[in-house]
Ligand binder design. Structure first.
Ligand code: D41
Length: 681
């Protein structure tokens, strides 16, 4: 029977049924299979549409509607945990207006003019509950549906950021800490690269990777995954008094050795909430973890209590969502791009779509294997993801939306730029154009690389101009750059007398360079900045590098057989030797470097301490330091020559700072390993 006086149109009734069915299906894929098919943003839109319909026509509401549900169902493989204090859900708002509404409801509820909120980043991970008894971690549980979660104690214990025992004063007899487990962006990229190399499952985003890692039955797998955690609240507290505000609670947690973010801030009134939102949104890409919005919580606990709850969400907290980083769109075409080393990269041309506040029209498909694995076809509806400064990528294709007749994509057998044969070396993921510098695409890319900031740093020589110059036949190789004249350049599109003069001056200036930059600028395959530096410090001069055999090259730090082969192959091509000679004749020069004799130990007698999480395995770093004569020690003393500190370094870093001992980051470590001991003071 209808409870409203509006009559329910058949099309709305049908739409509601459709939404309900689809939402239930996607909910199942997300929570039970850990394998969502559509972006969260799309799910949210569908849910809100259904909520809107149900609000308008209350008779549409039913107990089994997805709008009545808070979270997921527990997976049977783990023991169930009943949360003593339910883990509430968090309401969402998507605009400033809606936030103003939230603030008004809170102010009216409390009968005050202004409210103090604690604003904090909303981490995009998994909600977790950690139970400490007498300061000892006894249980870790997922949130599940808020009432019942999964026991993941064995996995939680492998996460370094989670203390197994609390420290400090006034620890409660029982304390349930709540927070978010997440995977840092960098760790996520590295994990996916590893998975790709091992032909294992690649994760769609850091949150899925964190969920998949935490819900492993074998905790030794979880232990290899780069998980971390921030705490944002408490559940059960027994045998201690709670602080009076949320902020003070966070400080308490921090004082007990728990990991609490430095980002939360107290903000007064809705204007300040908005300012906090804007400043964090501007820094979103720079953070080393993904956040999908801001959570505002009424700071005072007495006010929280006065406001209470609606269904299973607090009235005193709200999440203001950021623009989503994943969206749905359609593939219009798949093109092949040819890189500097001839690598062919398939790129999807997309129907323009706003992702994370930016319009995306192209997304990488990485390589042939990835296209095949994801089975992306022209015409498909796909999920695109744009996170930080990483190139947008096609995450997956939504097979249920595929049109009949869509054909599988095939990498061409001839280079689309120059027609040369495409080759794919056994065991390698990339297919390459075999045209070398005959291929205009490779020529353009190698010139762009040569001119780039970290190479020869030629100011004013942009990508577009390089393409024009190559297309016009004005330059064929990097050395030709140095014979360009002002009149020639001034005649190019979008150039004038002034920019042409500036460019010629920049070219002149770039002639004075360093050996490592020059080697890097040559663009030898797999010779990056670090390798170029190692080669330069090892050999001291270009002459010696060119004359070196593969075996001699392999004596250089980080140079293995593959890189050594690439260098020799580069040197053996007459064309490359000619270009180098031409560059030197044009006046490119550098100062030779004082070399380190093989077996010489610049770090002899130095004691070095490693601390914090370093990106390279510790043993590998240790080996390299020891090869240079250093003693790697585990404690900091007055005799320590330096401390190498990675992320989240703790007491050793503090001690080094107290003693005034030099602290080096990983970039400085690279220099140290290349023999630069000036950093040791
Ligand atoms: O960072 C988060 N994802 C986050 C989630 C946070 N910073 N605060 C949260 N606060 C709550 C309440 C206010 C209900 C205690 C939350 C969540 N809840 C939450 N996470 C998942 C469901 C709810």
């Amino acid at each position: 029977m209808s409870t409203s006086n509006k009559t329910l149109p058949a099309k709305d009734k049908q739409r509601a049924a459709e939404l309900r069915e689809q939402l239930n299906y996607h909910n199942y894929r997300y929570y039970v299979l850990d394998d969502p098919e559509i972006p969260d943003a799309e799910y949210d839109r569908m849910l809100r549409e259904l909520q809107g319909l149900e609000e308008h026509y209350p008779e549409l509401r039913s107990a089994d509607s997805p709008t009545q549900r808070v979270g997921g169902e527990a997976l049977s493989a783990f023991a169930e945990v009943q949360h003593e204090v339910p883990m509430l859900s968090l309401g969402n708002v998507f605009s400033e207006e809606e936030l103003v509404d939230f603030d008004r409801r809170c102010r009216e509820g409390l009968d005050v003019d202004e409210i103090e909120y604690l604003a904090e980043p909303k981490l995009d991970g998994l909600a977790i509950s950690l139970l400490y008894e007498d300061g000892v971690l006894v249980r870790g549980a997922t949130r599940g549906d808020g009432a019942t979660g999964e026991d993941v104690t064995h996995n939680v214990k492998t996460i370094g950021a989670i203390p197994l025992r609390l420290t400090g004063k006034g620890i409660p007899k029982r304390l349930e800490v709540r927070g978010e487990i997440y995977m840092p962006k960098k760790g996520f990229e590295e994990l996916n690269q590893r998975q790709r190399d091992n032909h294992a499952k690649v994760f769609a985003n850091p949150r899925n990777a964190a969920a998949g890692s935490l819900r492993q039955l074998d905790s030794s797998i979880t232990a290899t995954r780069p998980l971390s955690m921030y705490c944002y609240g408490v559940g059960v507290v027994e045998g201690a008094r709670l602080a009076k505000t949320h902020q003070a609670t966070l400080e308490q947690l921090r004082s007990w050795g728990l990991r609490v973010s430095n980002e939360p801030a107290v903000v007064k009134g809705v204007k300040a909430c908005e300012a906090y939102y804007e400043q964090l949104l501007a820094r979103r890409d720079a953070l080393d973890y993904e956040i999908d919005g801001i959570v505002y919580k009424v700071n005072r606990h007495d006010q929280q209590q006065a406001l209470g709850f609606v269904s299973r969400a607090p009235r005193w907290a709200i999440a203001r969502k950021f623009p989503a980083q994943e969206e749905m769109t359609r593939v219009l075409a798949i093109d092949i791009q040819v890189g500097r080393t001839g690598a062919l990269t398939p790129v999807a041309r997309l129907e323009p779509v706003a992702v994370g506040g930016v319009i995306v029209t192209n997304a990488t498909l990485h390589n042939e294997d990835e296209i095949r694995r994801k089975d992306v076809r022209v015409g498909d509806t796909v999920i695109v993801r744009r996170a930080g400064d990483v190139i947008p990528e096609v995450v997956s294709s939504i097979k249920s939306k595929r049109k009949k007749g869509a054909r599988q994509f095939k990498v061409p057998t001839k280079c689309p730029e120059c027609g040369s044969e495409v080759v794919r070396v056994e065991g390698e993921a990339v297919a390459r154009c075999s045209g070398g510098l005959f291929c205009p695409a490779q020529r353009k890319e190698s010139i762009k690389h040569f001119a780039s900031r970290r190479a020869m740093d030629i100011d004013g020589l942009g990508d577009k101009l390089v393409e024009q110059l190559v297309d016009a036949g004005m330059i064929h190789d990097v050395a030709d750059l140095y014979s360009l004249r002002v009149e020639q350049l001034a005649a190019m599109e979008r150039m004038g007398e002034k920019s042409a003069t500036n460019l010629v001056a920049a070219l002149e200036k770039s002639k004075s360079t360093t050996l490592p930059r020059f080697i890097f600028a040559l663009g030898i395959r797999e010779v990056g900045e670090a390798t170029a530096l190692n080669l330069a410090t090892h050999f001291g001069s270009l002459e010696k590098i060119i004359k070196a055999t593969e075996a001699q090259l392999e004596e250089v730090t980080d140079v293995g057989p593959v890189v050594a082969k690439n260098i020799v192959a580069f040197d053996h091509q007459a064309h490359n030797r000619e270009v180098i000679d031409k560059l030197i004749r044009a006046g490119v020069h550098w100062a030779d470097i004082k070399t380190r004799l093989l077996g010489e130990q610049p770090l002899a007698g130095k004691s070095i301490v490693l601390t914090g999480s370093l990106t390279e395995p510790r043993n590998a770093i240790k080996d390299k330091l020891q090869a240079l004569g250093a003693k790697v020690s585990s404690s900091v003393s007055k005799k320590t020559a330096c401390v190498i500190a990675g992320a989240d370094a703790g007491s050793k870093l503090a001690r080094a700072q107290d003693l005034g001992i030099p602290v080096l980051d990983e970039a400085a470590l690279k220099k140290l390993l290349a023999g630069d001991i000036s950093l040791l003071g």
